[in-house]
Ligand binder design. Structure first.
Ligand SMILES: C[S@@+](CC[C@H](N)C(=O)[O-])C[C@H]1O[C@@H](n2cnc3c(N)ncnc32)[C@H](O)[C@@H]1O
Length: 246
């Protein structure tokens, strides 16, 4: 499950203003996206299901797509937003970054802590906190980079982007692996592509032409975003890199 919907940014901001008492209209999701969101909600509570769902339908490329973020990091201080089961977090720690992570699923946090232990890292050195991206428990200007791979709708929430901008240092970057899709380049991939199309729709297209960086409410959060397309031999991935301007 690249983000709740791996292949498509949310159609419009989910302006919820969690944790700050703000309330703005929440766009209605179409029935397919509502079902998919509910299913993904279940996955975030079970690390085995999560692993199966993020591995098999994506031909094992999920981890490849996550790691696309690494090339854009400046560091040394990195926050992972919505860290899920912590696979990328462990990669970041292994690469020598001073990391912190948040997720709002206690089960995913437990999995992330276990992943760090499994990879031989002292979990105490990496704060992994139960928190919402819309209300980050860190002082202003704490991080050089914020990484978010396969985010749910929070990535289109102005409050979440404002919080991310707040904890970034001036010039710091939000690096988002927004989505990815397998391409039907060989018959072997047709079943996986079929599953993706069934779940996400035929024309859900994460493409570099989709202009997600401009659709995300970056500017009002003080971020300047740009789309980055990465094409592998049988997949297409879509990143957004957004820099804190002030
Ligand atoms: C699709 S998963 C991606 C997890 C991980 N980044 C990955 O690449 O496997 C989305 C994660 O974001 C978390 N999440 C969703 N909304 C959140 C929010 N508002 N604040 C913090 N975490 C959130 C979910 O619990 C889930 O672990």
């Amino acid at each position: 499950m690249p983000r709740a919907d791996p292949r498509r940014p949310p159609p419009s901001p989910r302006a919820r203003g969690e944790g700050r008492g703000e309330r703005s209209p929440v766009p209605r999701l179409d029935p397919r996206r509502r079902i998919v969101s509910a299913l993904f909600g279940l996955l975030y509570r079970n690390r085995l299901l999560y692993w199966l769902a993020s591995t098999i339908p994506f031909a094992g490329q999920w981890r490849v797509w996550q790691r696309l973020a690494l090339a854009h990091l400046t560091g040394p201080d990195v926050l992972e937003a919505g860290c899920g089961p912590g696979k990328l977090l462990a990669d970041l720690v292994a690469a020598g970054y001073a990391c912190a992570a948040v997720d709002r699923s206690p089960q995913m946090l437990a999995a992330a802590r276990a992943e760090l232990r499994r990879r031989g890292f002292a979990a105490a050195a990496t704060p992994i906190l139960l928190a919402s991206v819309q209300q980050l428990p860190f002082p202003d200007a704490s991080f050089d980079d914020v990484v978010s791979t396969f985010p749910t709708d929070y990535i289109a929430d102005p409050q979440a982007l404002r919080e991310i901008a707040r904890v970034l240092r001036p010039g710091g970057r939000l690096i988002v692996v927004l989505g990815a899709e397998l391409l039907p380049t060989t018959p072997l991939l047709w079943p996986s592509v079929g599953v993706q199309r069934l779940v996400y729709g035929r024309h859900s297209g994460v493409t570099c032409a989709s202009g997600a960086a401009t659709a995300m409410p970056c500017a009002q959060a003080g971020l300047t975003g740009r789309d980055v397309c990465v094409r592998g031999s049988f997949w297409l991935a879509h990143l957004v890199i957004a820099q804190r301007t002030g």
